[in-house]
Design a protein around this ligand. Structure first.
Ligand code: SAH
Ligand code: SF4
Length: 356
């Protein structure tokens, strides 16, 4: 019988487990504190747990964190972690320090089944869903690489995979991240879940009342273009998607993020920008424009800088907060949409292009 992974069990599930082993629920709370608040996973090191409880626990359970197979530093300060899971599958997580923040980009699946035309992860197809333990384990593994006193401050579900297609693991992982007493204690406002636009997933995320930030990968403001780029749009078109987004509960001053990858000659004209502004009218929205990150064999190009800035200007003039997100880690294949493990043949680190 395979042993259950303690990492990824919510504090209340750890309390239940302690009870099942004949111990008090308090022992479960101690376990949660060791793992999530102190980042300690070795049962031997949990010295305030009775020896017989630890022995009983070791028979039923283990605390497993993915192995760090490789860490690749980028010229811009970000680091890509390639993590090996128990079955040998590889996923990446990206640590991005910036302006006093340390953001960790998390994967939720091995590969991805949604096949967006511009995304390298999409070429892998779906391997499998990650477990809650494998998602939480990415934070534990990344946290262990930081110097003492430094901490991951923000979490974004923007790595490999579609988070809303794996809510069974993503929801408990978020509960563990946000539990202020026995979990990591992150404010939900420091957590962002990005989706390709799964309407039922957005609805469920709203019902779970997690209050995390929602980021929607829009990439086109017309159904015809979006369906060409993102096959999911044929199931849920823009109207259904925007309806679900409008119903997503927002705290005062919270906004929905919209990601828009800029593809030369495909979705980057001033007319596209005006259509996007129209689509977002009346919404508390923030747009992140992501100039396309290249990968070997991609059939797209990044637009020239003036075109990117012109697109941004249209949105700004329409009163929509809009930033251009120059991806981190592009030189090491760690930028948005460049995650694939093993990396494709011929993918060599490239110099970071001089930007604006
Ligand atoms: N599956 C989710 C989470 C991944 S987030 C989603 O699609 O939202 C990764 C973000 O990078 C998404 O907005 C995605 O559309 C974008 N992206 C994918 N490939 C890209 C590329 N080659 N260049 C720039 N952005 C890309
Ligand atoms: Fe999957 Fe997101 Fe890539 Fe689309 S952009 S293939 S949903 S990871």
């Amino acid at each position: 019988m395979s042993r259950v992974n303690l990492v990824g069990l919510t504090p209340s599930a750890l309390e239940d487990l302690a009870g099942e082993l004949g111990a008090s629920r308090y022992r479960g709370r101690q376990l949660a504190t060791w793992i999530y608040r102190k980042g300690v996973v070795a049962l031997d090191a949990m010295t305030d747990l009775p020896r017989d409880f630890r022995a009983a626990l070791a028979e039923r359970a283990q605390a497993a964190v993915p192995d760090v197979e490789r860490v690749t530093p980028s010229a811009d300060g970000s680091r890509k972690l390639v993590l090996r899971l128990e079955d040998g599958a590889l996923v990446s997580a990206v640590l991005m320090p910036d302006d006093g923040r340390v953001t960790l980009c998390l994967s939720t699946q091995v590969g991805c089944g949604y096949g967006c035309a511009f995304c390298l992860t999409g070429t892998m197809g779906l391997g499998r869903n990650l477990t809650a333990g494998e998602i939480v384990g990415q934070l534990l593994a990344a946290g262990a690489l930081l110097p003492a006193g430094e901490r991951v401050t923000h979490l974004v579900f923007m790595g490999m995979g579609e988070p809303l297609a794996n809510l069974g693991a993503v929801v408990p992982a978020i509960r563990i991240f946000t539990d202020a007493r026995l979990g990591f204690g992150y404010s939900p406002r420091r957590i962002t879940v990005s989706t390709v636009g799964l309407v039922t997933g957005i609805e469920r995320l709203a019902r779970e009342d997690l209050r995390v930030n929602l980021a929607v990968s829009l990439h086109a403001a017309a159904d015809e273009v979006r369906s060409r780029l993102m096959p999911v749009n044929r199931s849920w078109g823009l109207e259904a998607l925007m309806d679900a987004v409008r119903r997503y509960p927002l705290a005062p001053r919270q906004r929905v993020f919209f990601e828009y990858v800029l593809l030369d000659g495909v979705n980057d004209s001033p007319e596209d920008a005006r259509r996007l502004a129209g689509l977002l009218r009346g919404l508390r929205a923030k747009v992140n424009l992501i100039p396309f990150n290249d990968w070997p064999g991609a059939g797209f190009r990044r637009p020239p800088l003036p075109r990117i800035l012109a697109f941004q200007s249209v949105l700004l003039e329409a009163g929509i907060t809009t930033t251009v997100r120059w991806s981190k880690g592009e030189d090491i294949g760690a930028a948005c949409g460049q995650l694939r493990e093993p990396a494709p043949a011929g993918d060599r680190p490239r110099p970071v292009p001089a930007l604006g």
